[in-house]
Design a protein around this ligand. Structure first.
Ligand SMILES: [Zn+2]
Length: 1026
């Protein structure tokens, strides 16, 4: 995987707490308290403790150590969270575009000294209960994190990770497979043309088909032109074939050394055990080196620079004539200065976030472009941070105007500063971010500190967030112009500034294809006949190696018997507020209250359905009650942790042709702000502002742009949604609310010159959706606060009672299901049933300007509660690990691919960033043949079960507990039932479901491909080409 930078505030958003149990202060010997007993100077298993610090804000104790012999650095964060995390990161500073750190990241995961089997990393996914496993290549470091809730599993995974990064095999064949190689297009035909293949080669071609991504890369390369940031750490596709296997091995030897390593552990497992294992299995075999990987400071320019780049045209752009991007980027200070980083990242939010920020007013509201460029804001992922500001989706003629506006806005900020209330809103946001608990806190911490620590900044200082908040308040008090002075210094007077524009070039893809062809010919020309024969033989060898059944027995594994036989019950209580049913769930939420309301769409006229996603975007952003949209945004920031409305398509758990349709309201707040939060919802129910066409246009443009940008990133989701469209009524609705149909619909709206008709649909939709007669609510809060929350909710329901209307559903068949399955009577969910639904086969192709494909085939099978559902879930996992991964990724060169069983009863095959199109469909079919042949072992089945269970048992945050029941009516009892069926799945079941559901002609299936122009498909009349 290849990762580009995120801003500190974006990272802060993920930095939220995850206490699984009770407040740590109540426990007599919590992990954090035990860790406080370490003493600086204490020596443990080859390490020396350097610092021990309590971080009460985050309920953890940080212990900093160094390894005596090698100088490896170590940070342990002890906290009462069972989702323990490990990560090791190396400073990787490439000086060319070959993508060497990225290819190395992939290749070390292809087998190691102790675990020589191919691809131990992917194999461990099936031998473990891991909650997260991955590897990232950033611009200047490479990180390998994993997390798990099981102590034995932690040791197993740690052993595999240590061996992989320090003692990888780095075989030539691994390099060909993961990096690049020349190979016959058809490896078994020596006369077929030679082409470039390789996982990273294709991954990067796919990554740079995303124009925003391409722009971000150019911007970084050009703003820091003098050292490692001037190259593409992920690999420039056409430079990748310049990398040799020897260079790769050399880069490993110099960079993946303990002296260049930073280890991080998190959670409630004891530190000593980690240190002992790391020392024994890895570090004891090394001596200290000088890795010499420091990144020097970027020399400052004496005058600003301008540059221009081109990209491919975007067929989905809301306005084809407006496809230019322009940003101004400023080099800021060193990120190891923690307080400066904190200040600048806050300053950045004040400048650009939300409709009250000066840049939003100056750049977004005049509708010069569709949205900010995705690079805007503070970026602390490089040694010296940067700030960028600018637009995407703008006309070329507006470039000069935008530059002027940016300069003028900076002048205005220096002159006027910021309102105090906005600063307070931002500090409130930080408070919420520290209190809200996510399930991946360890991972958030690891990535939060990674960049600063990578350049020898102090990670512990970075964790003391409230120290920074206090210092910030103090500084601002002493100098009210503090922020304005920073703007003066970093923006107005900064000569290290880059203005970079990007415009589409009609011939861009053609030029790229030509450049690739030239590169290919250049390589081929140097080949003698014997070289070509050698390439052919190597291609066959690789194919043979990939096709071989593999012995993974060297790898450690959990057993199915290590899985908990029963689930933990989440108690909920049912009640009512103003006649609306409410589910109450008491949780250790750390002082936060989480509110949800599900409102069904059953009475909504069909012609309004496509507008519902736009309604969801607009309702929280156009003003309400006495607040205009700016004040509304301000109040939401000041009083809540966010308020959102989203569409929901919920398939029934017992019948494929039944589903619930609706929108989900979601918000959170600190306990003290409950009345304010409900007041905001009341205002949106009672008097939303749907009168500002210009405001709506801004929102429409931003949504259309966001959808268009999302396709190259989540193309497989769009392909799956489309392929499932004609298989069930729920699938059809999912496609119109969130699939390609919705993308095209929003594009059409964005192109309308007059939005008054669209504006008029919003109040009509509101009448149908915000109707207490169609609602149910859920509250998650602490036991102490629950009755208060219930009272506030009651008031809210009284406030909005005037919206209650009895309306007739537009579909004839409405089935009621009790909300409380044990009660048998009482409040219910209203589902739509289409008993006469006829699924049909359809093959759809979307021609898109990408160099790679997203391929999916979906098959209609059975709903969640059916006896075969568990077998199909295990089968999907087993086919992915034992067959499809090999065919689609290893042999086919796609970034990913596999099969999954969905709650809607649809079994889906998919590929991600795939150089092949229709060939992948035959790989799916071969997968079915493989399953039907029954050539899998008990070990294969057990591994697939472990993998299914690691998803089933993935941690759930206190804010999300009880949601399966609230939304889908799936109770703990049903979950336990499913669990027992999963345990019981055996060889016979799998063989049986593979034949009965997946075989050709057995069930209705749908196919969809998103990808570049395709002649085979065009000529084939069985395809519908869009
Ligand atoms: Zn990658």
């Amino acid at each position: 995987m290849f990762r580009q930078g995120k801003t500190v505030l974006q990272k802060l958003r993920y930095l939220s707490l995850n206490r699984q149990q009770h407040a740590w202060r109540l426990k007599s010997s919590s992990a954090a308290e035990r860790a406080l007993q370490y003493q600086p100077g204490q020596r443990i298993h080859g390490f020396t403790v350097k610092e021990v610090a309590a971080v009460p804000d985050l309920f953890l104790t940080a212990v900093k150590l160094t390894h005596d012999k090698t100088g490896a650095q170590y940070l342990h964060t002890a906290r009462d969270d069972s989702n323990n995390l490990f990560s090791v990161q190396f400073r990787t500073t490439p000086m060319d575009n070959t993508g060497v750190p990225h290819i190395l990241e992939h290749t070390v995961l292809c087998g190691s000294e102790k675990y020589p089997c191919r691809d131990p990393f992917f194999k461990m996914l099936n031998r473990s209960l891991t909650t997260f496993m991955n590897a990232f290549t950033a611009s200047d470091y490479t990180m390998y994190p994993f997390s798990t809730q099981n102590g034995k599993d932690f040791q197993n995974l740690l052993s595999v990770y240590l061996d992989a990064v320090f003692f990888p095999c780095l075989r030539e064949q691994d390099f060909w497979q993961e990096g690049w190689r020349l190979e016959n297009e058809n490896p078994t035909d020596p006369d077929s043309p030679l082409v470039f293949k390789g996982v990273v080669f294709n991954e990067m071609k796919g990554a740079f088909s995303d124009n925003e991504r391409l722009y971000a890369q150019h911007l970084q390369n050009k703003l820091y032109p003098d050292h490692t940031y001037s190259v593409v750490s992920g690999g420039e596709p056409l430079a990748i074939p310049d990398l040799s296997w020897e260079q790769l091995k050399h880069f490993h030897a110099t960079h993946y050394h303990p002296s260049n390593a930073r280890f991080f552990t998190y959670g409630d497992l004891p530190l000593e055990q980690h240190l002992k294992q790391i020392e024994e299995e890895a570090l004891s075999r090394f001596d200290r080196t000088d890795p010499n990987t420091q990144v020097p400071s970027q020399p400052h320019w004496s005058s600003p620079r301008e540059d221009h780049v081109t990209c491919g045209p975007d067929a989905l752009a809301p306005d084809p004539a407006k496809q230019n991007t322009l940003c101004m980027s400023y080099l800021l200070g060193d990120i190891t200065d923690t307080f400066e980083g904190f200040t600048l990242s806050l300053l950045s939010s004040l400048m650009i976030s939300g409709p009250n920020s000066p840049f939003y007013k100056a750049l977004i509201e005049p509708k010069i472009g569709t949205d900010f460029s995705s690079v805007v804001g503070y970026d602390g992922s490089t040694k010296e941070a940067s700030f960028s500001i600018g637009l995407q989706g703008m006309a070329e003629d507006d470039i000069e105007r935008v530059k002027q506006i940016i300069n003028q806005t900076i002048e205005d900020i220096i002159m006027n500063g910021f309102e105090e209330e906005r600063i307070e809103a931002l500090l409130h946001k930080i408070e919420i971010q520290m209190k809200h608990q996510s399930t991946s806190f360890g991972l958030s911490l690891a990535s939060y500190i990674a960049s600063c620590w990578n350049h020898d900044g102090d990670p512990v200082e970075l964790l003391q967030i409230s120290d920074s908040v206090a210092k910030f308040r103090q500084t601002l008090k002493e100098n009210p112009r503090f922020l304005q002075d920073k703007v003066q210094h970093y923006f107005k007077e900064n000569t290290h500034r880059l203005t970079l524009s990007m415009s589409p070039d009609e011939a861009y893809l053609e030029k790229q294809a030509k450049a690739e062809e030239e590169k290919l010919q250049q390589k081929i020309q140097t080949l003698s006949d014997s070289h070509k024969k050698e390439i052919y033989d190597k291609g066959l060898e690789l194919l043979a190696a990939q096709s071989q059944t593999q012995d993974a027995s060297c790898l450690p594994a959990l057993k199915v018997s290590d899985i908990e036989p029963t689930i933990n019950i989440t108690p909920v209580e049912m009640g009512a507020a103003g006649g609306v049913p409410v589910q109450y769930c008491e949780q250790p939420t750390n002082g936060m209250v989480y509110f949800r309301a599900m409102c069904n769409l059953n009475t909504l006229p069909e012609d309004l359905r496509l507008y519902v996603p736009l309604f969801c975007t607009a309702i929280t952003k156009m003003g309400c009650g006495g607040l205009d949209y700016r004040q509304q945004a301000q109040q939401m920031e000041l009083r809540t942790g966010g308020m959102s409305v989203s569409t929901q398509v919920i398939p029934d758990s017992t019948q494929l042709d039944m589903y619930e349709q609706g929108v989900l309201l979601f918000s959170s707040c600190l306990e003290r702000n409950l009345p304010h939060m409900f007041q905001l919802w009341s205002d949106m129910f009672n008097s939303p502002h749907f009168d500002d066409e210009e405001r709506l246009r801004v929102l429409v443009m931003m949504s259309a742009q966001e959808l268009a940008n999302g396709i190259s990133y989540s193309g497989h989701m769009y392909a799956m949604t489309r392929a499932g469209r004609n298989l069930s009524p729920a699938g059809e609705l999912a496609e119109s609310l969130g699939g390609m149909e919705q993308v095209k619909f929003m594009k059409r709206i964005a192109e309308m010159s007059d939005l008054s008709q669209v504006l008029r649909t919003l109040p009509r939709i509101k009448k149908h959706l915000f109707n207490p007669d169609n609602m149910r609510c859920a509250v998650n809060a602490t036991p102490q606060k629950m009755s208060d929350a219930a009272g506030q909710l009651d008031n809210f329901m009284k406030d909005v009672a005037g919206n209650r209307r009895e309306r007739k559903p537009v579909r004839p068949n409405i089935i009621e299901r009790p909300l409380d399955p044990l009660a048998g009577s009482g409040p219910s969910r209203k589902l739509i049933s289409e008993p006469n639904y006829q699924p049909c086969q359809m093959k759809t192709f979307f021609a898109l300007p990408f160099p790679v494909n997203f391929v999916s085939e979906c098959i209609r099978t059975v709903p969640f509660s059916h006896d075969d559902y568990a077998s199909l879930s295990v089968l999907a996992r087993m086919m992915t690990a034992k067959f499809l991964h090999g065919e689609i990724r290893e042999k086919g060169g796609a970034y990913g691919g596999g099969a999954k069983m969905g709650g809607g009863g649809v079994f889906s095959f998919y590929s991600y960033r795939d150089p092949n199109s229709v060939q992948t469909l035959s790989a799916f079919r071969k997968g079915v043949d493989w399953a039907k042949s029954g050539q899998f072992t008990q070990q294969d089945i057990d591994e697939a079960k472990l993998s299914v269970f690691s998803a089933v048992d993935s941690p759930v945050a206190p804010s999300d507990k009880g949601m399966g029941r609230f939304l889908s009516g799936i109770t703990d009892e049903m979950k336990q039932n499913y669990r027992e069926k999963l345990f019981a799945v055996d060889h016979k079941h799998l063989l049986d479901v593979a034949g009965r559901y997946l075989g050709v002609g057995q069930r209705t299936c749908g196919v969809a491909i998103l990808g570049p122009e395709n002649d085979t498909i065009k000529k084939d009349p069985s395809w519908i080409v869009k």
